[in-house]
Design a protein around this ligand. Structure first.
Ligand code: NAD
Ligand code: MG
Length: 392
């Protein structure tokens, strides 16, 4: 039996993870499920997985959670502190599928308990990469990447000498706006941006996929997970999302990990690791896919990718600020505030603002990263207010 805590159980990754766990009840015992404020969804996950505990971040949703769990033996709690504490309990593996830097505190708590971490929450690593990986090393916590491209690289690296690898490539679908010109991009709506061609995901990462910020965040994620220098990391656009990651060996040989675009596969890979299990994930039918295409990303039309690459090269506090500003920008775009090009613009302005104020120093600890994240959000909000005032 493997004891599992599932952080972000009501989301897209959380729901796919629940499917993997529920399919093998003899193998997994679910200790904890968590969510932000969806009491009904959290209670449904807790019932389905027979979770021992369910914790909701928003304390106002606790009464509804208690009511929805009536008649079960699941223990309910509410509030961010209760969530962090529960995430810090010792189990065998914690799947971190909270979206955004909000996942940092609970995931760090899970690391401090020495738990193995199946990490979907990439913002954690963008916000606090060095501190997070150092914490994991200190506490002997294995970090297994759920993100499909990083899961691919992890699989390609297993049993290899990293010194034999010349470069690493992750693929991008190109998102729903691949091939759109600047005029169309300027008028792109949230509904259009949410309609991803190959993956079905939560709203934040869907917008990040449309701007290509997601791929930028993933470069930073890969840099921290595998200690890859920025100049040996590349992105290639591959609209079919069948090839997820590639490594090029010193001798020129290229190995790729390929599979149908279904998150259940990397999720199961992490939950069962180091074993392999039979899963219900979609199977790849290469004949049906027919042909695989590849092209370079266009950083002119998709400046978010350029900004993330620059932040990766700058290092220090730049990725933390980039991530915080992006979260503010995406929320505003989704709420009908700024337009699509405004997302990258707000990120760029916030980075320049933080740089002028000397804020781009290395967050040496998780707490430093959280403090810089907060400061960057406040600055992004202030700039956003000005942008929206001018626009109205
Ligand atoms: P989602 O929006 O569908 O779900 C997010 C989950 O986090 C929900 O359970 C929500 O209740 C919880 N949550 C949100 N804010 C919270 C807060 N402040 N405190 C506590 N809990 C909170 O998101 P998703 O698409 O499942 O993505 C989750 C993470 O996995 C993201 O970091 C994303 O980048 C990454 N990821 C997702 C996919 C995918 O296919 N969806 C693929 C790769 C990586
Ligand atoms: Mg990915």
């Amino acid at each position: 039996m493997r004891r599992v805590s599932l952080l972000g159980a009501t989301g897209s990754v959380g729901t796919s993870a629940a499917e993997v766990l529920a399919a093998d009840p003899g193998r997994f015992a679910v200790h904890l499920v968590t969510a932000r404020n969806d009491a009904a969804g959290l209670a449904a996950a807790a019932r389905r997985l027979r979770a021992e505990r369910a914790v909701i971040a928003d304390p106002a949703a606790l009464p509804a959670l208690r009511e929805a769990l009536a008649g079960t033996s699941t223990e309910a709690a509410g509030g961010p502190d209760a969530l962090e504490e529960a995430a810090g309990e010792r189990v065998d593996i914690v799947l971190s599928a909270i979206v955004g830097a909000a996942g940092l505190r609970p995931t760090a708590a899970a690391v401090r308990a020495g738990n193995a971490i199946a990490l979907a929450n990439k913002e954690c690593l963008v916000c606090a990469g060095s501190a997070f990986m150092a914490l994991a090393r200190r506490h002997g916590a294995t970090v297994l990447p759920v993100d499909s491209e990083h899961n691919a690289l992890f699989q390609l690296l297993e049993g290899r000498d990293p010194a034999d690898i010349a470069s690493f490539t992750i693929t991008a679908s190109g998102g729903p706006f691949r091939g759109w010109d600047a005029g169309r991009l300027a008028a792109a709506t949230p509904a259009e941006a949410l309609a991803h061609p190959t993956w079905s995901m939560g709203p934040k990462i869907s917008i990040d996929s449309a701007t290509l910020m997601n791929k930028g965040l993933e470069l930073i994620e890969a840099h921290h997970l595998f200690a890859i220098p920025p100049e040996r990391l590349d992105v290639i656009v591959h609209p079919q999302s069948v090839v997820h990651g590639l490594v090029t060996f010193r001798d020129g040989s290229v190995h790729a990990e390929i599979g149908a675009p279904d998150m259940k596969r990397p999720i199961a890979f992490c939950l069962y690791w180091p074993q392999r299990a039979r899963t219900t994930a979609s199977r790849l039918d290469l004949v049906k896919v027919g042909r695989l295409a590849f092209e370079d990303p266009d950083e002119g039309r998709f400046p978010a990718l350029r900004l993330a690459r620059e932040a990766l090269r700058t290092g220090q506090g730049a990725p933390t600020v980039l991530n915080a500003a992006n979260e503010i920008a995406v929320a505003s775009f989704l709420a009908g505030g700024i337009g699509f090009p405004g997302i990258a613009e707000l990120v760029e302005r916030t980075l320049a603002d933080a740089d002028r104020s000397g804020l781009l120093v290395d967050p040496g600890s998780i707490d430093d990263a959280i403090a810089l994240d907060r400061e960057a959000r406040e600055r992004a909000e202030r700039t956003l207010d000005k942008v929206l005032a001018v626009a109205s």
